[in-house]
Ligand binder design. Structure first.
Ligand SMILES: [Fe+2]
Length: 250
């Protein structure tokens, strides 16, 4: 299995509901390596009013944490972005250069965008179109776990049509969030709408990485090409991370 690229996890300590201490964060980083992840994009919540993280503050935390992992010799490549909660304020964050983007893909900046848990708010598509016009392509974080999408997975099609990419959670493939999330996951995969599987890891208890297990499920249900696409090549492309083709075929 080539190194997986995890574009959604909550390792940075003490700034959201992920790792709380440096020790927890170190243990999670070591667990990521043990799970087969070679590159982790650290994506704290950017959720105004709840987790008031911005690009500038995340970047400062990231630099400290990356230096710490280096000292500890953890062989994990790192970058940072943010899981940006859908909010009309996003546009002002763009203007203030405070959106932590995933990277660049096809001439667009890419942003991990989270919908609320229960519904797809009115106006979401308008916001997506506005972002696209600004040269920003959203990557929708775990749409399969949104209740409106669980009820009717085709509802997310309008986002795909508008230019969004989709990222599903590894645990959704493993029954971790129940059968309805599993069914929505299957629908999105079968439609060919998914570009990346990511861990959304928060801790070593109920919210571990589980990427290796998800890889095996993709291999069994589809093939190893699909696993590679969704867990290495696709995620790398979304962030503009160069992948070494040689090592993929080792
Ligand atoms: Fe998350």
């Amino acid at each position: 299995m080539p190194g997986m690229i995890d574009i959604h996890c909550h390792l940075l300590p003490g700034i959201d509901d992920g790792a709380q201490t440096l020790e927890e964060a170190l243990a999670l980083a070591q667990a990521a390596v043990a799970d087969g992840i070679s590159h982790a994009v650290l994506t704290p919540h950017v959720f105004l009013g709840r987790f008031n993280n911005l690009r500038s503050s995340i970047e400062a935390e990231f630099q400290r944490f990356a230096a710490f992992l280096k000292v500890k010799n953890v062989p994990l490549q790192l970058s940072f972005a943010g899981e940006v909660r859908l909010d009309a304020e996003i546009i002002s964050l763009v203007q203030r250069n405070e959106i932590p983007f995933l990277g660049e893909c096809g001439g667009y900046r890419t942003m991990l965008l989270e919908l609320p848990d229960a519904q797809i708010p009115l106006g979401s598509i308008t916001l997506v179109r506005h972002l696209m016009a600004l040269g920003i392509r959203p990557v929708i974080a775990h749409p399969e776990r949104n209740k409106a999408v669980m009820e009717k997975p085709e509802r997310i099609g309008q986002f795909v049509d508008a230019g969004c990419f989709l990222q599903i959670t590894a645990g959704s493939l493993l029954g971790q969030f129940g059968p309805r999330v599993g069914a929505a996951t299957d629908f999105l995969l079968n439609e060919g709408w998914v570009t990346a599987v990511a861990s959304d890891a928060h801790n070593l208890e109920g919210r571990r990485h589980r990427m290796r297990e998800a890889w095996i499920v993709l291999e069994r249900r589809f093939d190893s090409e699909m696993a590679l696409d969704l867990m290495r090549t696709g995620p790398a492309a979304l962030c503009g991370i160069p992948v070494d083709v040689e090592s993929v075929h080792e």
